[in-house]
Ligand binder design. Structure first.
Ligand code: C2E
Ligand code: CA
Ligand code: CA
Length: 653
């Protein structure tokens, strides 16, 4: 009981108030301070002129102090302050007022002056910030009043009358405080709610801004489609459905020849075209396709509602037709096609594999003539898996120890002698076994690992040349990656210089396609080799796009005519074509070698068209080092056979 009363009192007197209630009280306290300030500011001269002597000094001093207290309070409470500070300001003002009243009563004890006490009680109660201050102020006022009631001046009846009157007034004062406190509490609640509303609306605004920003980060600015990032986020939400249910499909779309449109008509037309393509995609896609722009002329579509491959294929065909209809861009009629690669979102397949499969199918669509759709099949799956296995194995391969080279002879037709051999890479993968060069070279090129192979082959070739008693020149294949990387070329040249080899012992073979990405750079790097004395052969000649002017620019010493020409010996045009290729070589002042000579007929034709040399199974398949040295030794031991019109170099197998 006692402790609960204690708690009640503790709560009542010690607990402060909230800042919101203080803020609602502030205008009232300031009003009180303002009025009091005016009153005491007037009272200072009034006391000064009306009184004299010690009374004058005392009253002027106390009213001046009160004026200053009020002014200080007004200044401190000019902006929102913490609740306890406002309470302190109001309390100090009350003390100043009380001190003035006590001084006034003592200066001139007139019974009517006692009216100040109930008035003070009213004023203090009304301006109290907290209940503890209201009670304290009223109690102090009443206490002082009872102390000041002097029975020697007043009759007993008057004293009790005053006590009754003052107590009633104080009760009234307290009531007024309570009422006002309720009013202030309501105001404070409203203010707090308004503050909360404001904070909430700020929060909503911030959230809206956040959404707008992330939408922007997820949107392609040109087409308004979801961008690459948005696509990946969306794909994650499309969990592949269990088999038997209507699956989702991922379609990778790439426009055919869009780069050319950009180059020919400029980027503005290119952009317009992309927007038009987007509109067609959206029109056909409707509700069942989620279309994203992955960048450039690449789009990804997630298609729903296609039960099987046939349905997906039919949908893709319609899309291809829609895209192929002519576009009217700024008065120009432009024709465009697209290639599509699609794959089913299969259960248990990671999104990276899904994308990889669609891209793989797209690659096939491109390779098979473009303007078509290819669906990723089980067959593709097998090939792709194997390809990825090889790629992984290539990444971890130790090429200097795993790569071997074989040598395929090149025969000079006028001397009828093996004059050179092409070094061809062989890779025995520790995990996957022997892999065909056509396969691993292509994958190494696509995954940027080819230069390591080039350096390994170069190392082995130099090793072989140094180990042979009578070395014959070798030809090394360079890939586009090697030619277009200054760093790789530096490395190659460093190895060559360190080997201290006679440059006439090495030739470098490059294909036209290898140089296509940046002919200028490739040409500069080839010239570096040429300047050091190494000869250069243009490999697989006739399969690329070279024109005469471009060939003249290249520092080449030999054209290696692609095997496909010789293979086609049954075609009456073959000889004419080969002849014109040999004429081209002679016009350029370079040698002409025919690749893929497998039989006597092809050899006779090679001679007839004017080729300088040949390479092919007729003279030997790629062979081991000692086999080649045997051939060379035999050849060297029969010096007279060079003049023999029918030398027997055939049958080196
Ligand atoms: P390539 O440079 O055109 O090499 C000639 C390829 O044709 C060799 O295949 C060779 O065995 C084959 N060949 C030669 N004569 C005949 C013939 O009479 N009939 C037939 N059917 N084929 C013949 P290989 O060794 O399988 O190499 C395939 C391709 O792999 C090479 O074509 C070359 O592009 C690439 N390659 C091989 N080694 C390297 C290398 O060290 N570096 C680079 N970058 N590529 C290499
Ligand atoms: Ca070659
Ligand atoms: Ca070749």
């Amino acid at each position: 009981m006692i402790s609960s009363i204690g708690n009640f009192l503790k709560n009542l007197f010690l607990q402060g108030t909230t800042d919101e209630i203080a803020e609602a009280n502030r205008p009232i306290v300031r009003g009180y301070l303002g009025l009091a300030f005016l009153y005491y500011a007037i009272m200072v001269p009034v006391h000064f002129f009306a009184l004299s002597g010690f009374h004058q000094f005392k009253m002027v001093f106390i009213s001046l102090t009160a004026t200053m207290v009020m002014a200080g309070g007004l200044w401190l409470a000019r902006k929102p302050i913490r609740a306890h500070k406002l309470e302190l300001i109001a309390g100090t003002a009350n003390l100043a007022v009380l001190a003035n009243v006590i001084f006034a009563v003592h200066t001139d004890y007139v019974i009517s002056n006692l009216i100040y006490f109930p008035m003070m009680a009213l004023a203090f109660a009304f301006t109290s910030v907290t209940i503890r201050m209201a009670i304290t102020s009223i109690t102090v006022v009443l206490g002082v009043l009872y102390f000041e009631l002097r029975t020697d001046f007043l009759g007993q009846g008057e004293v009790y009358g005053y006590i009754g009157f003052a107590t009633a007034i104080c009760g009234l004062a307290f009531m007024s405080f309570l009422q006002r406190a309720i009013y202030v509490a309501i105001k404070a609640k409203e203010a707090a709610e308004a503050k909360l509303d404001k904070a909430e609306s700020k929060l909503i605004e911030a959230e809206r801004l956040n959404i707008a920003m992330s939408e922007r980060a997820m949107t392609d600015s040109l087409t308004g489609l979801p961008n690459r990032r948005a696509f990946f986020a969306y794909l994650k939400t499309r969990t592949p459905k269990a088999s038997g249910k209507c699956p989702d499909w991922l379609i990778a779309l790439d426009l055919d020849g869009f780069k050319m449109v950009n180059d020919v008509y400029g980027h503005i037309v290119g952009d317009e075209l992309l927007i038009s393509v987007t509109q067609r995609l959206q029109k056909q896609g409707g509700e069942i396709a989620h279309i994203s722009r992955m960048g450039g002329d690449e789009f990804n579509i997630i298609l729903t509602g296609m039960p099987d491959e046939a349905a997906c294929e039919a949908w893709c065909e319609t899309l291809l037709q829609a895209i192929a209809a002519p576009y009217d861009v700024e008065g120009r009629l432009i024709q465009l096609s697209a290639s599509l690669g699609s794959t089913k979102l299969t259960e248990g397949l990671a999104s990276t594999s899904i994308i990889r499969n669609a891209d793989y199918a797209l690659l096939h669509a491109k390779k098979n003539g473009k303007n078509r759709a290819v669906i990723f099949t089980n067959e593709h799956e097998k090939i792709a898996t194997q390809r990825f296995e090889i790629e992984d194995a290539l990444r971890s391969a130790d090429f200097p120890s795993e790569i071997e080279i074989l040598f395929q002879p090149q025969v000079n037709l006028s001397q009828d002698q093996v004059v050179r051999a092409e070094a061809l890479a062989r890779w025995e993968c520790p995990e996957l076994g022997r892999i065909e060069p056509d396969q691993f070279i292509k994958i190494a090129e696509e995954s940027g690992l080819i230069s390591k192979i080039t350096l390994a082959v170069l190392g082995k070739a130099i090793e072989a040349l140094k180990s042979w008693d009578n070395p014959i020149p070798l030809a090394i294949n360079l890939s586009g990656h090697d030619l277009l990387s200054n760093q790789v070329m530096d490395e190659i040249i460093e190895v060559l210089e360190a080997s201290d080899l006679d440059p006439s012992l090495l030739e470098f073979e490059v294909t036209e396609t290898a140089m296509m990405a940046d002919t200028e750079k490739a040409c500069i790097n080839l010239k570096r080799l040429s300047a050091l004395g190494y000869s250069v052969a243009l490999d697989d000649f006739g399969t690329g796009y070279s024109n005469f002017n471009y060939l003249r620019e290249l520092p080449i010493d030999k054209l290696k005519v692609d095997r496909s020409f010789v293979e086609d010996i049954g075609n009456p045009m073959t000889e004419k074509i080969l002849h014109s290729l040999a004429v081209t070589a002679s016009a350029l002042g370079v040698d002409c070698l025919l690749e893929g000579v497998e039989d006597e007929l092809q050899l006779i034709m090679a001679k007839r068209v004017g080729a300088h040399s040949v390479q092919g199974y007729l003279f030997g398949k790629p062979m081991e080092s000692d086999q080649l040295t045997d051939v060379i030794d035999k050849q060297n031991n029969k010096p007279n056979e060079a003049s023999n019109p029918e030398p027997n170099l055939r049958g080196i197998k």
